[in-house]
Structure formats: structure tokens, C-alpha cells
Design a protein around this ligand. Structure first.
Ligand SMILES: Nc1nc2c(ncn2[C@@H]2O[C@H](COP(=O)(O)OP(=O)(O)OP(=O)(O)O)[C@@H](O)[C@H]2O)c(=O)[nH]1
Length: 408
């Protein structure tokens, strides 16, 4: 190369290589220091393939062969390993000079652009994983995989409030003591998992030291933590909705829907085992008066107390539900006779009738209770329910008639 061209090459920001057919570098301009971290004389004389990222070696050799056959190369991209071990993304233009018997190559550092593209793709992958996550475990496993590709991360942990419960913790094997032992994450780099007005805990990242993370890396980690927070919020909401669809909010008892499911299962068991059972329909008497005289809040407290008292009268395998208002039902499994069902009803009357100190007075609730036995009074849910309801009405009518005649 003549002197003028040398001086020109010295000024270029792109890296210029002259490489022999066998791959030995015979010239590189000073721009190589900024891109690869090597001084020119550390590269000259060595094989160019020594500097290429092992993952890109094969296709780079194929590209070089094409150029050597006379086809100029433009826009070929591959990765190099810098002197400090980091990765440089390079875009090439190259041609073979027959006259010089050398390959002339110009390398442009496109690492910034590549990293920005990778970060963007990573953030997209994080938000896609967040949208599709059906459990926190699945979410953090997916996040861990995505983040490992993006930055020098060794471990990931998710610690949830309250109580700093570790929901996920995975360290690189060998980094944190014995294999299988939970890693100590307390000193890991942490980002809060929060949505506006709500903090759910922290996402913690094991890095050799915080300085290995660039400002961009930190942006990605912050993004991951924010995405995790939206998933926690969504899953919690989903759990709340699933609960609300099956349980009565006031008493915590199963609602009509869950009760019907339980009835179906009980009928199936009864058909299989030839067992029998009873359905009790329980409606409080004159409950409206409690609301009218003491207010709705006291009415609510009475309903809660009645729910607890009914539950205390049945076995654990039985189901008590609130259908709505002052109507409750109880499904008693393995009850063979009307007498056995009546014994439970008597217990319930006694429990409900015990004085209850509410609103500064001793209240005393009462209920009308109808009994239906299955399978003899029906083994379809609505059929049996109607039977028990009618039996309850008959009791209520009898009580009212009795009260009228006592009053008269
Ligand atoms: N406090 C409270 N009251 C409720 C709730 N749901 C329904 N109610 C009230 O419960 C009362 C139910 O009254 P009814 O079953 O019609 O009548 P009752 O006074 O019990 O009379 P009988 O059943 O004929 O003995 C109504 O006043 C409803 O407004 C609730 O969640 N909380």
C-alpha cells in the first residue's frame, strides 16, 4: 500500500484488513483497536479465523470462499470476539484482488445497532411471555431463559410481598454453593415488581457485579420486573374472580353453582355405592324484621353467625351453601333414613336458636327446614331442590299457622 493510502486508512473509522488466501492477516488499520480492542500488530500475522466467534465460523469460511472465487461480498454480518472476550457485531464488504493476491475487507462495527435490535426483540419476548403466562412459575422460567440470552446473568429470583416469600429462584449451577440448595438472593441486584400504587415484591438478578450491566440492560430488567407485576396482578384477579364465581362473599360458604356441582358428585357417588343422603333447605323466619329493626349491617352479621352455626352441625364431608338472602342448603351424605336427617335438623334448630348478642340485644333466630332424601325424592339437582323447598314451605306455613292460633 502506498503512503497516501496508508495515511487514508489510518483515518478511517471502519477497519480495513488485507488477508492472504490462507487467512493470515497482513495488514489492519488502527481502527481495529476501537472495534476489537487489539493493536494492529497484535492482529497482523495471525489467522483472521482466530478472532471469529465460534458460532459464526462455519458460515464465515463459506463466505470467504465465495469472495476468493471472485464474487465480491457486501453486507455479510458475523460476530468477532474482542480482546476483552466481549462480542463485536461486524458488517463486511470484501473483494479478492488478483493483482495483490489478497482479500481486501472493510469491517463496520454494528454492535450498537445489533444490541438495540436484540434488546427490542428481548423486550417483545418478555411481554409475549407475560401475556401468555398461566402461572408465576411458568412466567419466571420463561423470563430467565430470555434474559440469559440478553445479558451476563447468572441467576434469577422472584421474592413476593408480604413476607419476602421466594416464588422462584434459579442460580447457575456451581455459582451458589451446593447444587439444589436454595441460593441466597439477598445481595442480588433487585428491581421492584410494582404497578401504579401496588408493590408485589422484587425480581432479583445474580450478576458478578452490578457494573457488568449497562444502562440498557438495567432498562430491560426494569421492564421485566414491571411485566412480572402485571402478571401477578392479573393472576391474583383471576384467582379472586374464580373464587367469587364459586363462593358467597358474605359468609364464605359455597354458592348455588358450587353447591350444584357438589350435588352432582354426591349423586354419582350414591349411584356407585348405593348410598343415600339428604338435602336440607333452610330459610330463616322473619329475617326481614332484623333488617328493618336493626339495619342491613346487623342482618349481615346474623347471616354470618347462622352460616357458622349450620356448618358446626354437619360433618366435614357435608356441604353447606348459601343460595342467597336468608336461604341456606345443606347436603348430607351417607344419611340413610328420614330419622337421621331429622336428628341433624333438630341440631340445626337448636344451634340457630341459641341467643346471639348483636346490636346490644340478645337476638334469637329461627328457621324453617325442609328435608328431601335421595335417591327416593329425586336424584336430579333441580328436582331434589324443589322437593326440599316445598317441604320447607310446608314447615313455614305450619309455623305461621301455629303462631296465628297462639296469637288468636
Ligand atoms: N342483611 C341482609 N339482608 C338480605 C341479604 N339478602 C337478602 N336480604 C334480605 O333478607 C330478607 C329475606 O326476607 P324473606 O325471606 O322474604 O322473608 P322473611 O322475613 O325471612 O320471612 P319468611 O321467610 O316468610 O319467614 C329480605 O328483606 C331481603 O332484603 C343480605 O345479603 N344481607
Amino acid at each position: 500500500m502506498n503512503n497516501t493510502l496508508h495515511r487514508l486508512a489510518d483515518l478511517l473509522l471502519d477497519v480495513v484488513f488485507l488477508v492472504e488466501e490462507g487467512g493470515r492477516i497482513v495488514y489492519v488499520n488502527p481502527a481495529c483497536t476501537a472495534v476489537f480492542g487489539y493493536q494492529p500488530d497484535e492482529m497482523i500475522g495471525r489467522q483472521i479465523l482466530d478472532f471469529i466467534h465460534p458460532g459464526d465460523l462455519q458460515r464465515t469460511v463459506a463466505e470467504m470462499a465465495q469472495v476468493a472465487r471472485g464474487r465480491p461480498g457486501f453486507g455479510f454480518e458475523n460476530r468477532y470476539l474482542r480482546k476483552d472476550g466481549s462480542v463485536a457485531h461486524i458488517m463486511w464488504s470484501a473483494r479478492w484482488s488478483d493483482e495483490d493476491q489478497l482479500r481486501i475487507g472493510v469491517a463496520r462495527d454494528i454492535s450498537e445497532r445489533k444490541l438495540a435490535e436484540q434488546r427490542l426483540a428481548g423486550m417483545l419476548a418478555l411481554s409475549t411471555a407475560a401475556q401468555g403466562a398461566e402461572s408465576l412459575e411458568a412466567l419466571f422460567v420463561a423470563f430467565h431463559g430470555i434474559l440469559l440470552e440478553l445479558m451476563p446473568l447468572r441467576g434469577l429470583a422472584a421474592v413476593l410481598d408480604p413476607g419476602a416469600r421466594v416464588a422462584y429462584a434459579a442460580a447457575m449451577p456451581g455459582v451458589d454453593g451446593a447444587a439444589g440448595a436454595p441460593p441466597d438472593t439477598s445481595r442480588w441486584f433487585a428491581e421492584p415488581m410494582s404497578t401504579p400504587g401496588m408493590k408485589f415484591g422484587e425480581l432479583r438478578f445474580d450478576v458478578e457485579h452490578a457494573a457488568v450491566l449497562s444502562a440498557h440492560d438495567r432498562d430491560v430488567l426494569q421492564f421485566a420486573a414491571a411485566q412480572a407485576a402485571t402478571v401477578i396482578e392479573r393472576l391474583a384477579l383471576h384467582a379472586d374472580l374464580a373464587y367469587a364465581a364459586r363462593y358467597d362473599e358474605l359468609t364464605g360458604l359455597p354458592n348455588r353453582r358450587l353447591f350444584q356441582d357438589r350435588m352432582q358428585s354426591a349423586f354419582a357417588r350414591s349411584r356407585r355405592d348405593r348410598s343415600r343422603g339428604a338435602l336440607l333447605f333452610i330459610d330463616l323466619d322473619d329475617f326481614k324484621r332484623v333488617n328493618d329493626d336493626y339495619g342491613h349491617a346487623i342482618g349481615d352479621q346474623l347471616l354470618q353467625a347462622v352460616a357458622r352455626r349450620i356448618v358446626s352441625c354437619v360433618r366435614e364431608c357435608d356441604t353447606v351453601a348459601r343460595l342467597g338472602g336468608d336461604e341456606f342448603v345443606a347436603l348430607l351424605e351417607n344419611v340413610d333414613t328420614m330419622e337421621q336427617a331429622q336428628a341433624v335438623v333438630a341440631k340445626i334448630h337448636q344451634a340457630i336458636g341459641k341467643p346471639l348478642p348483636l346490636a346490644g340485644v340478645r337476638m334469637q333466630a329461627a328457621a324453617s327446614i325442609g328435608i328431601a332424601l335421595y335417591p327416593e325424592h329425586g336424584d336430579a339437582t333441580d328436582h331434589l331442590m324443589r322437593y326440599a323447598d316445598q317441604a320447607m314451605y310446608a314447615c313455614k306455613a305450619a309455623h305461621k299457622a301455629e303462631n296465628r292460633s297462639l296469637a288468636g
